[in-house]
Design a protein around this ligand. Structure first.
Ligand code: SF4
Length: 215
């Protein structure tokens, strides 16, 4: 189960959610999920000027627990999040910040195409992950396809358009035909938005919103 939690100290958490909600109900929900036997991952988007002060408190809180904390560089997803490169806290800055207090070493990926780089605490008390789509992009090993709630298939988180799978299914596409169609679409994709951003070659375009396709 993935839980989004961008701060653990109430003052910062309240500022982010803008509703005066404190972190405790989220932390209780995480405890309940762990008690129910679920594997929990926490996603924390780190944005300069907003919550970089929370990197250490979050790491301290979840170190030694069964929860895997994943830090995500602030990305230009969708069209309305006001992204600016100056607001990105890099993977290196995140790791250096934690490493000074709680030494880390890099760990092997669990599987091909894993989006988070893994780092484990050298004292054996767990691990963290960093998703570094801005400063250390990984389009070359991207294996993620996404399906929107209205039945469109997207081959990139930053795509403008999707392929209308729902329409084809409504016309009676069989499971085998669907598989062939998806393999064909995936085989033709040329997406490498984050690599192009790193190279300064990405073009401004309208993108699908995260809320349509999930993370
Ligand atoms: S930018 Fe697109 S192709 Fe690159 S890793 Fe992200 S989803 Fe995959």
């Amino acid at each position: 189960m993935n839980v989004s939690l961008d701060a653990i100290e109430d003052a910062v958490f309240k500022q982010i959610n803008g509703k005066g909600v404190v972190a405790l109900p989220v932390l209780k929900g995480i405890e309940a999920a762990l008690d129910a036997g679920l594997q929990v991952k926490i996603n924390m988007v780190v944005k300069k000027g907003m919550n970089e002060s929370q990197i250490l408190p979050m790491a301290r809180h979840f170190k030694g627990t069964d929860v895997i904390l994943r830090f995500i560089e602030f990305m230009d997803v969708g069209n309305y999040n006001g992204w600016d490169l100056n607001n990105v806290v890099s993977k290196k800055q995140i790791i250096d910040t934690i490493h000074k207090e709680m030494p880390l070493e890099s760990a092997q990926e669990h599987y091909y195409g894993e989006v988070a780089s893994r780092f484990r605490y050298m004292d054996g008390t767990g691990e963290i992950g960093v998703i570094s789509s801005v400063t250390d992009s990984f389009c070359g090993t991207c294996t993620r396809m996404r399906l929107s709630a209205d039945g469109k298939f997207y081959t990139c988180l930053f795509a403008s358009d999707g392929f209308d799978i729902k329409e084809k299914l409504r016309k009676g596409l069989t499971d085998e035909e669907l598989e062939t169609e998806l393999i064909s679409l995936w085989g033709k994709r040329k997406d490498r938005y984050s690599d192009e951003r790193s190279e300064g070659k990405h073009k401004k375009r309208k993108k699908i919103e995260m809320s349509y396709i999930g993370g």
